[in-house]
Design a protein around this ligand. Sequence first.
Ligand SMILES: [Zn+2]
Length: 102
Amino acid sequence: MNKKNIERIAAERIEILIDNALREVKDNEKLSQSYANLALKIAMRVRIRMPYFMRQLFCRKCKQFIVPGIDSRVRIGRTRVKSIRITCMKCNHVYRKIIVNR
Ligand SMILES: [Zn+2]
């Protein structure tokens, strides 16, 4: 198998895993977390970058799977530069994201 094929298959698996993780997050947090961890492991092993929306589901500090509204709190900043503040409820790490107007 060539590298492109491996990457394609890995990307598909990651997508399925994230999908499952999101589905299980309310009923079975442990299972959800293990799906997400597996997705992260695959991405690291194959060295592919997850799509933006998926990367946002992992805390930058503790690397845990955090779902907005469940494990993380999202607040809109009131500064001139539009930004959102994301608080990870697992490790309490707060980070900021600048929203770029298009
Ligand atoms: Zn965290």
